[in-house]
Design a protein around this ligand. Sequence first.
Ligand code: HEM
Length: 219
Amino acid sequence: MNAIAKFLRSPIGQKWIMALTGLFLVSFLIVHLSGNILLLLPDNGRTFSAFVDWMESRWIIRILSILLFLGFTLHIVQGILLYRYNRKAKGARYAVTATDNSTWSARHMALLGIGILLFLILHLWDFFFPMKVLKAFPHQQLYDEVVQTFQNPLWVIAYVLGMVVLGLHLSHGFQSAFQTLGIRHPKYTPFIVAFGKWFSILVPLLFAIIPIALYFKFS
Ligand code: HEM
């Protein structure tokens, strides 16, 4: 037990926590996108509302919701700690030299993470807080609230920008997580890298289409 705690406090252990929580959040993105894409069905939100109804009546979803918030918190706190550790280790803030051939995203993961955090605060303020904390509207009204939110072009732009930042963060984070966990193999690594690239383009793109489509459908 002591050995595990010691490992988790070491820089490698902290990177493992980042990788594991990151992959957990990736799995959330897939589920969240699958539900939200129902907003685009031409049925005035019937299927989306039925899905929300189903989610609201399942205790397992509540537990997953708590795990999700713990996952986000751990990923953010650990990210800050690792960023500070790297800065100290390098003696200067993410020093970039001419020989540094890492991608822009890889060198700016912390900055991109802050961008996602800002998006998340705005996003939770839009739907989660009014519906679940303030009880300002019932979950049956969620479709109308989403449609109304995306009648504001500034909100659409904010969401699209948020998805660009998410895509850049994932474009490095996805394959980096596998590398951290030591999942490297001449046969499988090219597949993981290619899958990560496609994932970091397709998932944010599909998320971004939702506010754009709702804006043009109802305005
Ligand atoms: C533009 C695309 C998106 C739309 C239309 C959207 C829509 C929604 C809606 C309607 C809710 C309230 C549902 C509920 O709380 O049960 C929600 C909750 C949430 N969304 Fe999104 N979302 C989008 C993108 C994202 C992204 C990219 C992330 C993560 C980076 C995210 C993270 C969350 C979280 C953490 C919650 C609270 C989940 C919970 O209830 O436990 N969303 N979203």
